[in-house]
Write a protein of this length. Structure first.
Length: 307
């Protein structure tokens, strides 16, 4: 029997056994007596036991899987929470779940890449390259997804912010307080601008729970990561601190954002001529060249052949 085939089979059995042991360790159920004792100690455990089995496995495996990639310092942990919040994941356990998914993707990428490399190339350098490429792809895939969601969410908030701010100005100038105006904006724009409305609704909930308005507005700018929202939060914090008119501050910010949008539109219009050069050269100019020069080239070739 070929030794490489034996080694490949041994590697496959070892990886399969490791995955099976990992799943068995996290999905193994306790006996009924232990479960009853745990339910008596923790009443909330009864509701958790009614969830799907896969959800329980994920919840049980998340702390262990995320432990290897857990941030070493508080600064790194805060940066991870802010990055996930910018992508729309505001759950307190989002960081732990994200790191667990990242570890699981790393293990899955290593397994799939190694299996593909062994069965495709055997035990050589190409198999090792497939192993590392699969692991790297699995490790960075969650980061790429979070970055894409972050950019999309920030873009949607930026585009919907002027409409929300105009409605907020109208509500405040009509006599509503800032809290009531934000609730009104959430009610009116919940369908067209769900991202900014979810952030304003979270701010209202935190204000109702008794958090200081300064902290709530500061967290709003940090969670979104959009410069315009950060500027709005700063203006509202200053207006609340110095006792100035909130309506006047909102109107100034609304005019500033409207001016910024018009400047961005003019900038994109000015860039159009430069951006049109590349499709003109690559796609339109060759067709025009063929149509204009083609008949003359054919006549020249015929004359050369006749002579």
């Amino acid at each position: 029997m070929d030794s490489s085939l034996v080694i490949s089979g041994a590697i496959f059995l070892a990886i399969s056994g490791g995955v099976w042991a990992l799943l068995a360790a996290f999905s193994g159920k306790e006996d009924r007596a232990s479960e009853r004792l745990q339910e008596l100690r923790d009443p909330g455990r009864r509701q958790q036991s009614e969830k799907a089995g896969m959800t329980n496995v994920i919840q049980a495996a998340a702390p262990a899987l995320s432990k290897a990639l857990a941030p070493k310092t508080e600064l790194e942990a805060n940066e991870l929470k802010v990055r996930l919040a910018n992508a729309g994941f505001n759950n307190p356990g989002a960081a732990e779940l994200f790191l667990a998914i990242k570890s699981a993707c790393l293990i899955g990428g290593l397994f799939l890449g190694g299996a593909y490399g062994v069965f495709k190339h055997g035990l050589d350098i190409d198999a090792a390259m497939s192993l590392f490429m699969g692991g790297g792809l699995g490790f960075y895939l969650p980061e790429i997804i979070v970055r894409i969601k972050k950019m999309g969410r920030q873009g949607r908030i930026f585009l919907s912010m002027p409409d929300a701010l105009d409605l907020l100005v109208v509500c405040v100038e009509a006599g509503l307080g800032l809290d009531a105006a934000m609730r009104r904006v959430c009610d009116e724009l919940s369908d067209s601008a769900p991202d900014i409305c979810s952030e304003l609704a979270l701010c209202n909930m935190q204000l109702n729970m008794g958090r200081p308005r300064r902290e709530v507005l500061h967290d709003l700018g940090v969670r979104t990561g959009v410069d315009d929202v950060k500027a709005l939060s700063t203006i509202l914090i200053q207006a609340d601190r110095f006792g100035s008119s909130v309506a006047q501050a909102l109107r100034v910010q609304s005019e500033s954002m409207r001016t910024k949008r018009s400047q961005m539109a003019e900038e994109k219009a000015a860039q159009t001529a430069v951006k049109m050069i590349f499709p003109l050269v690559l796609f339109i100019f060759p067709g025009i060249f063929v149509v204009l020069v083609g008949p003359a080239a054919i006549l020249m070739i015929r004359n050369l052949l006749n002579t």
